[in-house]
Design a binder for this molecule. Sequence first.
Ligand code: AP5
Ligand code: MG
Length: 192
Amino acid sequence: MFNIILFGPPGSGKGTQSEKLVEKYGFVHLSTGNLLRDEISRQTPLGTEAKSFIDKGQLVPDEVVIGMVGSFFDKNKEATGFLFDGFPRTVAQAVALDKLLELKKTEIAALLALEVGEDELVKRLLHRGQTSGRSDDTNEEVIRKRFAVYSKETTPVAEHYSNLNKLQRVKGDGTIDGIFGLLCSAIDTKKK
Ligand code: AP5
Ligand code: MG
């Protein structure tokens, strides 16, 4: 198996680039944000709990997210590689992920961190908020809260993988195709 974490702040392009990477490399895409939004739209108890956090720009509790990832693995036993998008978002999630992968006799090959300035990110998210229907994109205050949470709780995840020599930074501003090219080179180097 070959597994990658696509990392970066809200609006850095994780979802956009994941779609292209899945098409090129055949990864199974695991976006905890998408899984949570699916639970919300199906009005499940998990979705109702998650919505109260998401609408405020806060993280959904670790045990909820880790449980959901465990079930996702159970449903995707044939996968030859996962692309993690928006997960892990805390060091506790990273440690749990490393353990789950170890049980599958595999590991993270690399964490690719998209780097984009905050003004550009806010611009992208407010723009998307006009059409996406995502409740956490329409209000600049909630967007700023998501950045604050990212910087406090999520950036330590990059350090966790940096300590394992798996962190690779990628310039995340520019054209979508240009950034995709940089990500592909990083992946191809790791795959060799
Ligand atoms: P999640 O869904 O993961 O959202 P996020 O990380 O806040 O990031 P986004 O999905 O908004 O951005 P993205 O990096 O995917 O960028 P995108 O490609 O869409 O999480 C949402 C919430 O769910 C969290 O706040 C939390 O509450 C909860 N949650 C999720 N996972 C969790 C976890 N593991 N633990 C706890 N809670 C969790 O691009 C953004 C926009 O920019 C798009 O409109 C796109 O078209 C545009 N764009 C992309 N690339 C470019 C470019 N190069 N140039 C110009 N525009 C671009
Ligand atoms: Mg996304």
